[in-house]
Design a protein around this ligand. Structure first.
Ligand code: CDP
Length: 220
């Protein structure tokens, strides 16, 4: 589709490192402004989970590509997408160009839906929706992110230590930032939102102000 046509839909693109608060902010903005929400990390998690199962615990690039090509919306609604093993697998399959390519159309189709959408991930403002009228890069220091993710995992029954959570986050951030294809980048035109010192309500208020400004510019 031509880039001009893509400009017609209202898209909020949210990127940033693991556990920075992107998902919570994206859900809150979608609810507040009546937009659809796609957590694009779920796509990579679903591919990682299926590819691990098909490879009996080993990730094969060819298998992961096929899984990505055949991924169905219902694959995003299964249990077990946030386990430690699946999270590690998600960032490994996300570095495979064939996997990323297979997932582009689904994400763009979601972004172009009537009524607008919020998408959160790593390459939304740079690759999937470079013309999005609102771009946020949500971040926080690694220790804060590890504490938040550790609390989430503990609440779901995991006994993982905070040290392991921090090491996993750092490994994932490094893989996500350094891969050749669609690395995680702070797009030049993205607003930086550092949530290290903000609770979720304050972060959502900041993000909402940015969306309101963009909406009033559009209303012109
Ligand atoms: O929730 P969290 O921030 O920890 O991760 P996520 O957003 O669910 O993403 C899981 C993994 O998928 C990331 O570590 C990335 O490797 C990959 N991903 C990506 O490469 N591109 C996206 N647009 C979204 C996720």
């Amino acid at each position: 589709m031509a880039d001009e046509a893509r400009d017609l839909t209202f898209v909020v693109a949210i990127d940033g490192p693991a556990a920075a608060g992107k998902g919570t902010i994206a859900r809150a903005l979608a609810e507040k402004f009546g937009l659809g929400h796609l957590d694009t990390g779920l796509l990579y998690r679903a591919v990682g989970k299926k590819a691990l199962a098909q490879g009996r615990g080993v990730l094969d690039e060819g298998v992961a590509e096929l899984v990505a090509q055949e991924l169905m919306p219902e694959d995003l609604a299964v249990d077990g997408l946030r386990t430690v093993m699946v999270t590690r697998a998600s960032s490994k399959v996300a570095a495979m160009p064939g996997v990323r390519k297979a997932l582009v159309d689904f994400q763009r189709a979601f972004a172009e839906r009537d009524g607008g959408a919020v998408l959160d991930g790593r390459d939304i403002g740079t690759v999937i929706c470079p013309n999005a009228p609102v771009k946020l890069f949500v971040t926080a220091d690694a220790e804060t992110r590890a504490e938040r993710r550790h609390a989430e995992l503990a609440a779901s029954g995991s006994t993982i230590t905070i040290e392991t959570v921090l090491a996993d986050l750092r490994a994932r951030d490094e893989r996500d930032s350094e891969r050749a294809d669609a690395p995680m980048l702070h797009a030049e035109d993205a607003h930086l939102l550092d949530t290290s010192e903000l609770d979720i309500d304050a972060a959502v208020i900041e993000a909402s102000k940015i969306v309101e400004q963009a909406l009033s510019r559009r209303r012109g």
